[in-house]
Design a protein around this ligand. Sequence first.
Ligand SMILES: Cc1ncc(COP(=O)(O)O)c(C=O)c1O
Length: 362
Amino acid sequence: MGVVPFLDLSREIQCYKPELMSAAGEVLDSGVFLFGPKIEELEQELARRTGARYAVGVASGTAALELLLRGFGIGAGDEVITTPASFYASAKMIAAAGATAVFADIDPDSYNLDPAKAAARITARTKAILVVHLYGRPADVQDLRTIADRHGILLLEDAAQGFSASVDGRPVGSWGDGAALSFYPSKNVGALGDAGAVVTSDAAVAEHIRSLSFLGYTGERDRFGAEGIAARMDEMQAALLLVKLRHSSELLERRLAIAARYDRELPPAWVRRPAKKGVCDVRHLYVVRCPERDRVRERLLSQGIETQIHYRFPLHRQALFAATAEPLPIAEQWAREVLSLPLYPFLTEGEQTRVLETIQQA
Ligand SMILES: Cc1ncc(COP(=O)(O)O)c(C=O)c1O
């Protein structure tokens, strides 16, 4: 009895290896490793796909979040409302920009920020709502957009897990004033190392972010502004990502087909409620919920089925925020109960069957 790995990226790489090798070879032959044509091509492609006017390729999704916040002028004295149910970077980067993260509880079905609870946390110091499309399912961007507009604050998106997802045909990344993308290797479209991007339709903000990503470079040789970090994307990652993007539709189709099979064949109590009408969920992670999560996880592992937990702690309970944290009961229960099953385009049919049968026995 073999192991069903939670994720095996080598299969995807093997499939596209000739194209990836050729793209890498092109970069090596060009002798251009930064500020080159591959980055430009990638940025145009990302803008086209997210429906934002501009994209800036950066070093990672984490860097993209910091640059997004700083690019919109968010810093000391500002509050940013966000979700406790995400990867740590979503909230950490609010603090890194100098602002205060204010957590509002999540919706129990979507696990995304609850718009009414976010609205209730708005104060005179609130500068933005930073929404996360957790597990690839878009948050309630229509309501959040309305709330942000009504209060004259920004709506920013952490679309790290939601690339290609959409609401009413409009891609995530274009609902907010700006969005951060991650191409961490395990994402639906993954680089072969760290990479990310910021997208926005605001030309001045896009230029500002580009400058901030290179130490505040002014465009005049050797002259830098007071603010900036070192977070450029390189040509190699851009070239490799362009290959992955060429295949992103087929990869997404395979992912969606496996998720749909799990939806059909898992015990009904394990299956999440489907996304609302008009919401296109890109199923980045297949997350079930079980009150006896840790016992079930052990049991599955003993049968060779690897699982993961995304995430074990709600963000307001992390050390950086714990001192000021107020209880957020829905997020706290979420963190105790969620369990991620193996889901990736190259998970074989036999492995899917093993996952399903083992769960039925467990
Ligand atoms: C929701 C979310 N935000 C931010 C990040 C950070 O992206 P990166 O790992 O590319 O820095 C990730 C993923 O890793 C993520 O899942």
